[in-house]
Design a protein around this ligand. Sequence first.
Ligand SMILES: Cc1ncc(COP(=O)(O)O)c(C=O)c1O
Length: 407
Amino acid sequence: MKEYSFGAVRAIRNEHVSASAVPDFLSVAGTKNARRVHRALSVYEPTPLVRLDGLAQRLGVKAVFVKDESKRFGLNAFKALGGLYSLFCLICRELEIDAQTATFEDLKKPGLLEKIRTMTFVTTTDGNHGRGVAWAAHQLGCEAHVYMPVGSSPARAEAIRAFGAECVITNAGYDDTVRMTAGLAAEHGWFLVQDTSWPGYTDVPTWIVQGYTTMAEEAATQLEAAGFAAPTHVFVQAGVGAMAGGVTGYLAARYDGRRPKFIAVEPENMACIYRSAQVNDGEPHAAIDTGDTIMAGLNCGEPCTIAWPVLRDYCSWYVACPDYVAANGMRLLAAPLAGDPQVISGESGAVTAGLLAEVCGQENCAELKKMMGLDETSVILLFSTEGDTDPAGWERIVHRGAYPAPF
Ligand SMILES: Cc1ncc(COP(=O)(O)O)c(C=O)c1O
């Protein structure tokens, strides 16, 4: 691993990207059931893959595609892909239903529903995951308790309560709130639906990571329909890294033999994947940062233990960037160049677009652009993982220019 600084962007290059086969649970076959369950939902529709030709031209690359997850299930973020699928698998396991053939709709059958309603679900969230879990539990009439770390946006808490869940903002940070929630689950016999793993807690997060791969599969299929056999670069933002791990693993499997470069992106003040790459002993490591960031969904200090090995093995770069990069990404997507469609993207959703613009557009990143192999042949895939999930924050940043870039 080699570490670099370019302006305010810090980057670590992985000099030993693995060409090995992807672990089974993220292979094309291993993730098929998640797609089957999602596609059977009445609300299912692939989210748009938006093409930004004006931006591509401006940045000197061949094409830029943004997967717009603000359109997912009407929930304004991708996270319910994992929340719903894991809840489904958990219920199937508990009630001995065949998860490989049943659908979420099947769970609503009389006789079954009464048993399911005795189950109570609990989770910690910085917003989007908890909303997905509350939404899925609500459809079955189940009780859900959702805990949010100190400083969480009241608007995000309200969006969770709208699905009938109890939602409490705690006095602790994200990782301590996760520990508290796991304790409550054990104490009350509640079912923990956490979107990160640790030794001894891997089944639910494995289903969650598999659930996230649906958006990668959709993107790959949409890219093919647009005439692109594969992207050359995929930027994935990371909190605990579950989403980045799922997307990276699935796409590394799908594009075996012509794998794109994967770039994991985090806020500089909470970068546990970056930290793990920096320590470079193969193990996941907690961030040593302040946690002061506007990227609420990425404000997680401890890597997901099942996702980390995927990111360790298949990512070419690990990047830590300041908040203004995310804010720039939000503005860039909200006010696109002439001819490009608009994407409404929140702080955690837009950081990869902001980073791409920084690397390709700023003189002090020219060397990084070259090292990343970004040029006129590059086809870039980004995931805008949320819309304006904190509308007041979106307004402050996009319309009032908060978190400006330094000049
Ligand atoms: C909008 C958004 N993007 C990305 C992430 C990161 O996902 P993960 O924690 O799996 O790394 C989150 C997590 O909550 C999120 O809400």
